[in-house]
Design a protein around this ligand. Structure first.
Ligand SMILES: Nc1nc2c(c(=O)[nH]1)N[C@H]1C(S)=C(S)[C@@H](COP(=O)(O)O)O[C@H]1N2
Ligand SMILES: [Mo]
Length: 437
C-alpha cells in the first residue's frame, strides 16, 4: 500500500468524524453507529471525493492497465492467497508416494472444496493414465460382461451430486491425545465436491448380475492396484462411476479418468483410476482387504466392514490457524458438519467444554452426505473458552463425546474417530487443540 493511499484513508476517516460532529448531539450516536457498521461504505463515499481532488492518491493498481485475457489460460488464485494449499505431515508416512495430504479447511468458505485443494491419498502414487487407452471392465457373475472406453461411459445419461469424501483415518492421530496443532491436520482428510458420472446401478443392470452376485471387487489402475470389496446393496443404491468433479474432468489426484464414488462411506471404497469391477458371491480377502481397514478394539478383536462415516463436526473459525485477533467483540463461530448416513439435522455449540449448549444455524445448502456449514453469532467478552460442536443427523445419531467413543472402541484403532472436538480459546484469542472426555 502506498504511503499516499494510507494518508488518504486517514483523511477520509477524519472526514467521517467531521461529518459526525456536524450532526446534532442526539443523533450523533446513531450516526457513529451506522458509520461503524457500514464503515466501508462511508469510506468509499469520502474517498471518492478525495480521489477527484488528487489523483496521486490512487493505489498503484488503478494507474496502469492490467493483464489481458488468456495470458493465464487456466486461472490461478491470487498470489495473496498462496498460503491456501494442501499440506502433509512428514512423520506420518515413510515417503510422499504412499502418503496423504490435507485439505486447508481453515481457509475455505461454503461447502465445496476447490479441485486443487482436495486432500490426496495414494498407496502407490498417481498413475498417468491415458484416457484413450483406459477401459472399465465389468465382469464376473454377470450375463453380459462390459468393456467400456471413456467415450462409451460418457454416452450414458449423467448425474451430478454434491458429496463429501472422507478418509476414515481423519482424526486418527488423536485417539490417545491431542497432538496436531492445526485444523488442517486434525480434520483435513475430507473434501466435498460436485461429482458427475453414471450411477453404477445403470451399468450393473446392463451387465445383468446373476442371482448369486452379491459383492463387487473394485480395482484401480495404479501401481498399488488398490482393491476394495463393495456389497451389491451399496452399488445399487447411490454409488456413482464418476469422471468429473466440480464441473471439470477429474484431476489426476482424484482418479482421472474415472473413479468409483461410494457416498458417505470410507474414502478407500471410492477406488480411483478404476479399471475393473468384478462381481462375486462373497467379499475378497487380499491386500488392503483384511489387513488394513478394520478397527482394532480394546479386547483385541476388530470391527470389520465399518463403511459408513458417522456424523462428525468441527469448528473451523476460530481454530489454531484462525485465532480471534481483534480482542473482545463480535465474532462468527463457524464450522462444518457431515454424516455418511444422510443429512445434518442440527449442530450445537458449547463455549464451556460441553456443560451448556446453544443451537447453531445451518447455513446455505443442507444436502445428503455433503459438508454442511453451521454458524453462531457470538459476543466474546475476552474470557477463555472451551469451544465444541456436536452434530446430529436425520437418523437420530448424535456425535459422541471422546469419552463415549473411547469406552466403546478403546484407543488402538486408527479409524472412525468422529468424537466431539475441543478448541481452547485463550484470553489473547489464540486457539489450542485440547481434549476433553
Ligand atoms: N486406486 C486407488 N484408489 C484409492 C486410493 C489409492 O491409493 N488407489 N486411496 C483410497 C483412499 S485410502 C482414500 S481416503 C481416497 C482418497 O480420495 P482422494 O485422494 O480423491 O481425496 O481414495 C481411495 N481410492
Ligand atoms: Mo483413506
Amino acid at each position: 500500500m502506498s504511503k499516499d493511499y494510507k494518508q488518504e484513508q486517514i483523511s477520509a476517516m477524519e472526514e467521517v468524524r467531521r461529518q459526525a460532529m456536524a450532526v446534532p448531539a442526539q443523533n450523533r450516536r446513531e450516526f457513529l453507529r451506522k458509520g461503524i457498521t457500514y464503515s466501508a461504505a462511508a469510506l468509499a463515499g469520502a474517498t471518492g471525493a478525495a480521489h477527484a481532488k488528487n489523483e496521486d492518491m490512487l493505489p498503484p493498481w488503478t494507474k496502469r492497465l492490467g493483464r489481458g485475457v488468456v495470458e493465464v489460460p487456466y486461472g490461478l488464485p491470487s498470489p495473496h492467497a498462496k498460503h491456501t494449499i494442501r499440506r502433509t505431515v512428514d512423520w506420518l508416512t515413510a515417503d510422499h508416494i504412499a502418503s496423504i495430504s490435507f485439505t486447508p479447511l481453515q481457509d475455505l468458505k461454503g461447502i465445496i472444496t476447490p479441485n486443487g485443494l482436495v486432500f490426496e491419498r495414494y498407496h502407490g502414487g498417481i498413475p498417468e493414465v491415458d484416457p484413450a487407452q483406459h477401459h472399465l471392465m465389468i465382469h464376473g457373475l454377470v450375463d453380459n460382461p462390459l468393456m467400456l472406453s471413456m467415450d462409451d461411459l460418457m454416452r450414458y445419461p449423467s448425474e451430478s451430486h454434491i458429496k463429501f469424501l472422507e478418509c476414515p483415518a481423519n482424526g486418527g492421530m488423536e485417539w490417545r491425545g491431542a497432538q496436531m496443532e492445526a485444523l488442517q491436520f486434525t480434520h483435513g482428510m475430507i473434501s466435498c465436491c460436485e461429482w458427475t458420472g453414471v450411477p453404477l446401478k445403470v451399468l450393473l443392470e446392463e451387465a445383468g448380475i446373476r442371482p448369486e452376485g452379491k459383492w463387487i471387487l473394485a480395482e484401480g489402475a495404479d501401481a498399488a492396484g488398490m482393491t476394495r470389496s463393495i456389497p451389491l446393496e451399496k452399488a445399487m443404491d447411490d454409488a456413482l462411476i464418476v469422471y468429473a468433479q466440480n464441473g471439470e474432468l477429474l484431476r489426476p489426484e482424484q482418479g482421472f479418468p474415472v473413479r468409483l464414488l461410494c457416498p458417505g462411506w470410507e474414502g478407500n471404497t471410492s477406488v480411483k483410476w478404476l479399471r475393473r469391477l468384478k462381481i462375486g458371491d462373497q467379499p475378497w480377502h487380499h491386500r488392503e482387504e483384511t489387513s488394513k481397514y478394520t478397527d482394532l478394539l480394546a479386547d483385541g478383536t476388530a470391527r470389520r466392514f465399518t463403511w459408513v462415516m458417522e456424523s462428525n463436526s468441527v469448528i473451523t473459525s476460530p481454530c489454531p490457524e484462525k485465532p480471534w485477533k481483534f480482542g473482545p467483540g463480535k465474532y462468527e463461530i463457524e464450522g462444518l458438519a457431515w454424516s455418511g448416513n444422510g443429512t445434518i439435522k442440527g449442530v450445537d455449540v458449547s463455549i464451556d467444554g460441553g456443560v451448556t449448549w446453544r443451537e447453531a444455524k445451518l447455513k446455505g445448502l443442507v444436502l445428503d452426505k455433503a459438508l454442511t456449514r453451521f454458524s453462531l453469532e457470538f459476543e466474546w467478552d475476552g474470557s477463555p473458552l472451551l469451544l465444541q460442536s456436536r452434530s446430529h443427523d436425520n437418523t437420530g445419531y448424535v456425535q459422541p463425546t471422546l469419552g463415549q467413543l473411547r469406552d466403546a472402541r478403546g484407543v488402538n484403532s486408527i479409524y472412525h474417530k468422529n468424537s466431539i472436538h475441543t478448541w481452547a480459546v485463550a484470553e489473547n484469542g489464540g486457539v489450542k487443540n485440547v481434549q476433553i472426555d
